[in-house]
Design a protein around this ligand. Structure first.
Ligand code: SAM
Length: 290
């Protein structure tokens, strides 16, 4: 039976609500705007549009996937981040909105110095969201982006090509700073950024099933201490960071003070500060290399 866009939106919303899925209306809007290639607000301007059989089949497939627990971003293969649309699939973790806080810190720090070339390294780049947004926003930057996952780096390169920054983002496979070894990059970088894995192995079981069933485990697990990887990046990174260079790390809820204390006591960094995300959570720690 022919159904208008608005009727389809209403029935998709009712179905997701019936299945107790969160945000049924916005999920249905996202699905339909992806299928019809319309902005969410424009769905309502086109409310009388009749969907084709192909469009209805696609929506049915999306709804089935969502009911099976698959995250929305893996279904529509897209995530909005810092005003850009990133290709998203299970090769890498879904970019989270709180990571925009980290990206914004770096942009605000360098935006006034844009005439000078800015050399940045992003450790654990995943889908490439941090490295690519920085390259896109800071036109005079060059970004090294590392990851231990070959799959993630493949997706990241695809994203870099979408935003035409692939010549200014170099993706390298390997463990933390290992890919930089023997490359003459000591005292080379103006900035180190990372959103490293920060879920303790013992806490992983408490994460949402949606994360455990669909997103790569390696993007979350960090051993027995939530700041293990942060400490390693701060310690090893000193060698590659110029004096006065910026370190910016994303951190789990409740761990910012611990990292701040570690960085202060090490005397490797100064002007250490904590930045809150939009939800008011102490999410990012930054400092300058002493
Ligand atoms: C929390 S995710 C962050 C991904 C992306 N930067 C973002 O913010 O959406 C952490 C990333 O670190 C990578 N990773 C895990 N262990 C690593 C290691 N030893 N060396 C380099 N990257 C690692 C994972 O593959 C994953 O892509």
């Amino acid at each position: 039976m022919a159904q208008t866009l608005l009727e389809t939106l209403n029935s998709a919303t009712s179905l997701l609500k019936e299945k107790n899925l969160p945000n049924p209306r916005s999920t249905s809007e996202l699905f339909l705007s992806s299928i019809l290639n319309l902005k969410r607000v424009d769905l309502y301007l086109n409310r009388e549009k009749i969907l084709s059989e192909k469009e209805k089949d696609k929506l049915f497939f999306y709804l089935k996937e969502r009911i099976s627990g698959k995250p929305i971003q893996y279904i529509i293969k897209n995530t909005g981040f810092y005003g850009l649309e990133f290709k998203t699939d299970p090769r890498a973790m879904i970019p989270r909105p709180e990571t925009e806080t980290l990206v914004n810190e770096v942009i605000q720090h360098f935006i006034k110095k844009e005439s000078e070339p800015i050399k940045i390294i992003d450790i654990g780049t995943g889908s490439g969201v941090i490295a690519i947004t920085l390259a896109y926003e800071l036109k005079n930057s060059f970004v090294y982006a590392t990851d231990i996952s070959k799959d993630a780096l493949e997706l990241a390169l695809e994203n870099a090509k979408i935003f035409k920054v692939e010549k200014r983002v170099k993706f390298v496979l390997g463990d933390f700073f290992d890919p930089l070894k023997n490359k003459n990059l000591v005292d080379f970088f103006d900035c180190i950024v990372s959103n490293p894995p920060y879920v303790k192995d013992s806490d992983y079981k408490n994460l949402d099933k949606e994360i455990k069933d669909f997103e790569p485990e390696i993007a979350f697990l960090c051993g027995d201490d939530g700041i293990n990887f942060h400490k390693k990046i701060a310690k090893e990174g000193v060698k590659y960071l110029k004096k006065g260079g910026l370190l910016v790390l994303e951190i789990a809820l409740g761990n910012a003070e611990k990292l701040l204390e570690f960085l202060s006591s090490s005397s490797l960094y100064n002007q250490i500060r904590i930045v809150k995300d939009l939800a008011g959570i102490r999410r990012v720690v930054s400092g300058l290399r002493s």
